[in-house]
Design a protein around this ligand. Structure first.
Ligand code: KDG
Ligand code: MG
Length: 403
């Protein structure tokens, strides 16, 4: 059995910051895990290097479940994004190692493929509705079956999800948090117009998604859900801040627009009530922020009982290691729904060589043993960490709001 001989934490910034754990076994087998927590990267790096790595040395790398339980229950302090991202990194690395030792891609260890590939959604965004539609048409031309639509709000200087770059949105861009302004009234006017224009231009054979990014009250979210119903959105995401889970009951009572939530959840306990009370349709927790493949598989199994499907977070701050892990899990589980795919920059792709491939609107993780992704440490060293924060948000009168 491979024993863990060492593990190192690699912090690199090829266009944006990433924290990666590399576990090395006594037989030379290595595994990689993603531990990136956007804007708080060094907290997880320290949690891993100072508190987790010393406990790993000498352990049997095949005992994935036992090591998961050891790190979760053994810390006494449970859950939370820092802890769960650190556990996730170890978990991903151990699945990577197990696959390499077995000579099988991880999806085979999880039960084998349940589908041809994982349907993904791309990000169409623009300052105006016309710009967003043009971007969406571009995605449609590339074969995407699902597209997220975000556009600028007239009268507001900046809007969540709208960037200068054509293919990805990189909000963590400042050494101190930038301050954005928000107006719910202005926003609620523009989104239905965007969806009407999108159906007109793109037709009905493509799934359309939208991210509210935690900004509405329950009754406002209900209004948006109703207004979008004629355009049959695939989902609206994070309609309200999900720590108030009862809020989703109110939204549900008013609209049949499907609801997705969970990208900031860190454990099955954050998902449980929403799933069991049938208040959501898609769970967006990820292998990275929700404890790795081991824990995310448990969340997906719970969700499956209630007809809730996965729609895992896949923004650029989740490294290609997470993307690979999510695709192996997504390919295998019965209730995969969709996978977010905000492409990485060329610099990021170069630091993380990977085998997953896009074709016909889907990503496939590839058939290399393990996760099929690695980190080029020499190249990583050429991109030192740079402090970068997500923005904060205020109402027009200065009141602090959710970003
Ligand atoms: O780190 C925060 C980003 O990943 C988040 O703002 C992106 O909401 C997001 C999404 O749906 O991709
Ligand atoms: Mg989101």
């Amino acid at each position: 059995m491979p024993k863990i001989a060492s593990a190192r934490v690699i912090v690199t910034s090829p266009g944006r910051n990433f924290v990666t754990l590399k576990v090395v076994c006594d037989d030379g087998t290595t595994g990689v895990g993603d531990a990136t927590l956007n804007g708080r990267e060094l907290a997880v790096a320290s949690y891993l290097a100072d508190h987790v790595v010393p406990c790993l040395i000498g352990r049997d790398a095949h005992r994935i479940e036992d090591i998961w339980q050891y790190l979760y229950k053994g810390a006494y302090w449970r859950r939370g994004p820092v802890t769960m991202a650190a556990i996730a990194a170890v978990d991903m690395a151990l699945w990577d190692i197990k696959g390499k030792v077995a000579g099988l891609p991880v999806y085979q260890l999880l039960g084998g493929a349940s589908r041809a590939g994982c349907m993904v959604y791309g990000h169409a965004n623009g300052e105006t509705i016309a710009d967003t539609i043009a971007a969406a048409l571009d995605y449609q031309g590339q074969g995407y079956k699902a597209i997220r639509l975000q556009c600028g709000v007239p009268g507001m200087a900046s809007t969540y999800g709208v960037s200068k770059d054509k293919y990805f949105y990189e909000p963590a861009d400042a050494e101190l948090p930038t301050e954005n302004l928000w107006s719910t009234a202005k926003y609620l006017r523009v989104v239905p117009e965007l969806f009407a224009a999108a159906r007109e231009a793109l037709g009905w054979d493509v799934h359309l998604l939208h991210d509210v990014h935690h900004r509405l009250t329950p009754i406002e979210a209900a209004r948006l859900g109703k207004d979008l119903e004629p355009y049959r959105p695939f989902w609206i995401e994070d309609a309200t801040p999900a720590e108030d889970q009862e809020a989703f009951r109110l939204i549900r009572q008013h609209t049949t627009t499907p609801l997705a939530v969970g990208e900031i959840f860190s454990s099955i306990w954050d998902c449980k009530a929403l799933i069991e009370n049938r208040l959501i349709d898609y769970i967006r927790a990820t292998v990275l922020h929700a404890g790795g493949i081991t824990h995310m598989r448990q969340i997906a199994s719970l969700a499956d009982l209630y007809h809730v499907r996965t729609g895992c977070h896949g923004a650029t701050d989740l490294s290609p290691v997470t993307m690979a892990a999510a695709l192996h899990l997504g390919l295998a589980i019965p209730n995969f729904g969709i996978q977010e795919y905000m492409r990485h920059s060329d610099d990021t792709d170069a630091v993380f060589p990977h085998g997953y491939r896009f074709a016909d609107g889907m990503l496939h993780p590839g058939d290399a043993p393990g996760l099929g992704v690695d980190i080029d440490e020499r190249l990583a060293a050429a991109h030192p960490y740079r402090r970068a924060y997500l923005p904060v948000n205020r109402l027009e009168d200065g009141t602090m709001w959710s970003w």
